[in-house]
Design a protein around this ligand. Structure first.
Ligand SMILES: Cc1cc2nc3c(=O)[nH]c(=O)nc-3n(C[C@H](O)[C@H](O)[C@H](O)COP(=O)(O)O)c2cc1C
Length: 395
């Protein structure tokens, strides 16, 4: 691969994982991903901002060789997770003078996760700075904008913010600065949903701090670089705000078609009211797309048959995951079918402990829906319409 200059004297030296299809054994990666590392050269010192996944260390080293880098003084570690820190041990062996620059919490984690020797660290506090000669790195501690040790690094003179996982996207691209706005927006939204959404309130506070900084460029550690920071800051301001959109998500499973029939009826009823709706069969679904929909949908209706007294396990998994992501939807309901009895409603409601949504009256049907069941589904559609209208999101 090849090194890319993102600003004079600042090079992208990371790695592109074109065909990685799963992250953390959990998150689908339809577009692959990148592990971005950046080399910043001052007149006296050279700093490497983050490293790459250990499987890609060879590419990072190849890039450093391409630039003829003989000495690295500082390896800044913004985040201890291995896809950014995993190459540090090998780099420390190759560059014996290099020190790992990070905060106290991250240092402890790097020692725990990667057995990095304690004497190779230089710790920094929030607001601390480090001169490279003519260029200054400033460190911004951002705990729980993802992990507890998360930190951002700001190159003061050039106004480049190295934001690590924050504000990133899973997108394999050969040109970090040339990209399609729609594609990147969708990709960044999905990434926000999968990784950042649980920390929404914390992120909102940090966004204000970043606005005050007014960076010229944001260079995250996954995906593309933003030469127009307003694009991604504005998007995050929207996603983290309390506002929801006039949309309904219906994750569903159906074994013999009864629940599917209910979902199709409800979908039609909502469409007739001009409420955009996404029925999503969770069997084999891309959970990233589902998570993306959870960023700002106003209502979620969970639909499942009763299986061994409870919801279908695939729905239970999705509900668990949705609850863990702490989405901001305002209304929820449950619909489904049963043969003889069970505790599906109690089990699903108990799974939604983190969600502050108002529960609209569920619809449970014995077997295949009959006329009275369709009426109950119509009533649910009416309830959703009323609630969206009260919220002022229905045009
Ligand atoms: C493996 C399996 C387990 C089931 N367990 C229950 C149960 O515990 N309680 C119940 O009322 N119905 C149970 N049923 C019956 C289904 O809930 C019922 O047939 C329902 O109408 C199926 O909805 P569907 O057509 O959307 O798959 C079970 C069905 C299957 C296939």
């Amino acid at each position: 691969m090849a090194v890319k200059q993102i600003k004079k004297g600042i090079h992208w030296v990371g790695a592109i994982d074109w065909d990685r299809r799963l992250f953390d054994e959990l998150i689908p990666l339809p577009d692959g991903t990148t592990y971005n590392a950046y080399l910043v050269e001052g007149s006296e010192k050279t700093a490497l901002i983050d490293t790459v996944d250990p499987s890609k260390t060879g590419e990072l080293l190849g890039h450093l060789q391409e630039l003829g880098v003989r000495r690295i003084d500082y390896i800044v570690s913004n985040h201890a997770e291995q896809d950014h820190s995993g190459s540090i041990p090998e780099l420390l062996a190759i560059y014996p003078e290099a020190m790992v620059v990070t905060n106290e919490k991250c240092k402890v984690m790097l020692i725990d996760l990667l057995a990095i020797p304690e004497d190779r660290f230089r710790t920094v506090a929030d607001g601390a700075s480090l001169s490279l000669g003519g260029r200054t790195l400033e460190f911004i501690l951002a705990p729980w904008v993802h992990w507890p040790e998360t930190m951002l690094t700001y190159l003061r003179e050039e106004k480049v913010l190295f934001s690590c996982d924050f504000l990133g996207s899973h997108l394999a691209q050969s040109e970090p600065l040339l990209w399609d706005e729609h594609h990147v927006y969708q990709s960044a939204k999905r990434y926000f949903a999968e990784i950042m959404m649980p920390f929404r309130n914390n992120i909102a506070k940090h966004l204000q701090r970043l606005r005050a900084l007014a960076p010229d460029m944001i260079a995250p550690s996954h995906g593309v670089v933003y030469p127009n920071p307003d694009f991604i800051l504005k998007a995050y301001e929207e996603w983290t705000a309390d506002k929801v959109r006039n949309r309904v998500l219906i994750p569903f499973v159906s074994m013999h078609g009864s629940t599917r029939e209910m979902v199709e009826y409800l979908t039609g009823a909502l469409m007739r009211k001009n409420i955009p709706v996404l029925p999503c069969n969770v069997i084999g679904a891309d959970i990233g797309e589902l998570a993306k929909e959870l960023v700002d949908a106003a209502t979620v209706v969970i639909a499942s048959p009763t299986v061994l007294s409870g919801p279908h396990p695939a729905i239970l998994y999705i509900t668990y995951l949705a609850n863990a992501l702490r989405p901001k939807f305002k209304f929820a309901s449950i619909i489904g079918s049963f043969g003889w009895g069970g505790r599906m409603l109690e089990i699903l409601q108990a799974q939604l402990g983190n969600v502050k949504a108002e529960i609209l009256e569920p619809v449970m049907v014995k077997g295949f829906p009959r006329p009275a069941d369709y009426q109950a589904l119509q009533r649910l559609a009416d309830d959703i319409e009323k609630k969206h209208r009260e919220l002022g999101i229905l045009p």
